[in-house]
Write a protein that binds this ligand. Structure first.
Ligand code: NAG
Ligand code: NAG
Ligand code: NAG
Ligand code: NAG
Length: 414
C-alpha cells in the first residue's frame, strides 16, 4: 500500500515541476506557480492553478502560501478533490480595498464542497475593511453585500486551525451546510467600532466545534443561525464585540430548528452582551432547544445572560405580535464575574410561546453601579433554579415571586 502511494506520488512529481514532497504530502507552492510576494500583483491565477493540481492529486496534498505578503482578489476554492487536501497559509494575504472589485453577497475567499480539508498555518487573511465600516454601513443592505473574509460552504470532516482573520469588511467567517468542521486556535481581530463584523456565523450546519480561539470584533463573537445542530464552543475568548448569540431567529419563513448548542469555559470581556438567544417578534415559526451555557467568566459584560424574544433593531418589526419561536431546554450554569448593566439576567420570552425548561444555577455576577445590586428581569417564563445557595431570606423572596423573577445573583466575591 505504502509503496503504491509512493509510486503515484513520484510519478506526479515528475509531471509537475512545481510540486515538492514533504513528509508524504505533495506540496503545491503558489510561488512556484508565479505568485509574487510584492503585495501588489493578484495571486488568484497562481493559487487556482496550484489548487487545481493539488485537488486532482490522487494522494494527500498541500497547497502552500509561504511567508510574505500577497494580494488576492475574490476567489472560489472548490472541491470535490480526489484525496484529503491541506491548505497551509504562512504569509499575509490581503483583500482588495476597493469594494467594487467584489460581486455582491459573495465571500472574499470561498471554500466549497471539500471533504477532509485542513486549513492551517499561522498566516493572516486581511480583509482591509477599515474604509467600509463608516456611516454608510449603517444602512444594513449595503453592509450585507460587503464581502465576508472566509466562506465555508458544504465543507465536511475538516479542520481550520492556527490562522488569523483580520479586519473583514463584513462577517469574518461564515458557515453554510457544513458537517463535522472544527475550528481550533483561530484568531479573529477587528476593532470594536467595525460594523457587522461577526466573528464566526454558523448556518445550517452540524457537528461544528470552535475551541481555544480568540475573537475580538465589532459584532457577535459567534452567531448561530437557523439549522444549526450540535455546535460546541469551548475555551473561546470574546471581546470586544456583542457576545455569543443564538439568532436572530424568526425573521424569515421556513427556518430550520436550532438544537444542541453547548458553550463552555468561555471568557467574555467588555462585550455588549454575554450569552444571548434572540428572536424577532411577529416572526415565522421555529424552535430553539437544548442550549446549554456553562462555566463562563464575564468581565464587565452588558446583559451577561439574556433571552430576548423582542429583538427588533432599528424598529424593523411589529412589537405587538409575539415571537413564534419556541425556546426550550436551556441552561445557564456557573456564570460568574462582573456585569456592566444592572440587569444581569434578562429572560424576555414570547407571550405566544413561553419559554420552557429554562434552568439557572450558580449565577454570580457583580454590578458596581450606584443604582444598587445586580437584578434579574423575566417575562413569560418560570425559570427553574439549580444549585442556588438558598439563604435565610428564602420566604420573603417567594412572596415576590410573581413580580420579579426568582433568580439569585450572588454578590459575594467569586
Ligand atoms: C470528523 O472530522 C475529522 C477530521 O477533522 C475526522 O478525523 C473524523 O473522522 C470525522 N468524524 C466523523 C464521524 O466522520
Ligand atoms: C466536538 O466537541 C464535542 C464536545 O466537546 C466532542 O464530543 C467531539 O468529539 C468534538 N468533535 C471533534 C471532531 O473534535
Ligand atoms: C472549565 O471550567 C471549569 C470551572 O471553571 C473548570 O473546573 C474546568 O477545569 C474547565 N475545563 C476545561 C477543559 O478548561
Ligand atoms: C435537554 O438537553 C439535553 C442536552 O442536550 C438532553 O440530553 C436532554 O434530553 C434534553 N431534555 C429534554 C427534555 O429534551
Amino acid at each position: 500500500m505504502g509503496l503504491k502511494l509512493n509510486i503515484a506520488a513520484t510519478s506526479l512529481l515528475l509531471l509537475l515541476a512545481s510540486a515538492a514532497e514533504v513528509s508524504g504530502d505533495i506540496i503545491f507552492d503558489v510561488t512556484k506557480y508565479g505568485a509574487r510576494t510584492d503585495g501588489n500583483s493578484d495571486i488568484s491565477q497562481a493559487l487556482l492553478k496550484a489548487w487545481g493540481d493539488a485537488c486532482s492529486s490522487p494522494v494527500a496534498s498541500t497547497v502552500m502560501i509561504p511567508d510574505g505578503t500577497y494580494a488576492l482578489g475574490q476567489i472560489i476554492i472548490a472541491g470535490p478533490c480526489k484525496a484529503p487536501i491541506n491548505f497551509v497559509v504562512q504569509g499575509t494575504v490581503m483583500a482588495p480595498v476597493d469594494t467594487s472589485r467584489f460581486r455582491a453577497e459573495a465571500g472574499w475567499i470561498t471554500f466549497q464542497q471539500i471533504d477532509q480539508f485542513t486549513l492551517s498555518g499561522d498566516g493572516v487573511f486581511d480583509g482591509q475593511g477599515k474604509t467600509v465600516w463608516g456611516t454608510k454601513c449603517l444602512s444594513s443592505s449595503y453592509c450585507n453585500q460587503l464581502p465576508i473574509n472566509l466562506r465555508f460552504n458544504f465543507i465536511t470532516n475538516s479542520m481550520v486551525k492556527d490562522i488569523t482573520s483580520r479586519d473583514s469588511k463584513q462577517f469574518h467567517i461564515n458557515l453554510l451546510g457544513c458537517k463535522n468542521l472544527t475550528f481550533y486556535n483561530v484568531v479573529i481581530s477587528a476593532p470594536q467600532e467595525s460594523l457587522n463584523t461577526d466573528g464566526i456565523h454558523i448556518g445550517r450546519s452540524s457537528g461544528i466545534n470552535i475551541t481555544d480561539s480568540t475573537i475580538e470584533t465589532g459584532d457577535d463573537c459567534v452567531s448561530i443561525g437557523d439549522g444549526s445542530e450540535q455546535i460546541n464552543i469551548q475555551r473561546v475568548t470574546c471581546g470586544p464585540g456583542h457576545g455569543i448569540s443564538v439568532g436572530s431567529l424568526g425573521k424569515y419563513p421556513n427556518e430550520e430548528p436550532v438544537v444542541g448548542i453547548s458553550v463552555k469555559n468561555c471568557t467574555l470581556t467588555n462585550t455588549q452582551n454575554g450569552v444571548r438567544v434572540k428572536t424577532w417578534p411577529a416572526s415565522h415559526q421555529g424552535t430553539a432547544s437544548e442550549m446549554h451555557f456553562e462555566d463562563i467568566v464575564m468581565n464587565n459584560v452588558g446583559n451577561p445572560i439574556i433571552i430576548d424574544q423582542e429583538y427588533c433593531p432599528h424598529n424593523q418589526c411589529n412589537l405587538k405580535s409575539p415571537s413564534r419561536i419556541k425556546i426550550s431546554n436551556v441552561s445557564f450554569r456557573n456564570i460568574r464575574g462582573t456585569t456592566s448593566t444592572q440587569v444581569a439576567v434578562k429572560l424576555i420570552c414570547s407571550q405566544g410561546e413561553p419559554c420552557q425548561d429554562v434552568e439557572l444555577g450558580d449565577i454570580n455576577l457583580e454590578y458596581n453601579g450606584n443604582e444598587g445590586p445586580a437584578m434579574s428581569q423575566c417575562k413569560n417564563i418560570k425559570p427553574n433554579l439549580l444549585g442556588v445557595k438558598k439563604k435565610k431570606k428564602k420566604k420573603k423572596k417567594k412572596k415576590k415571586k410573581k413580580k420579579i423573577c426568582l433568580i439569585q445573583i450572588n454578590q459575594n466575591k467569586i
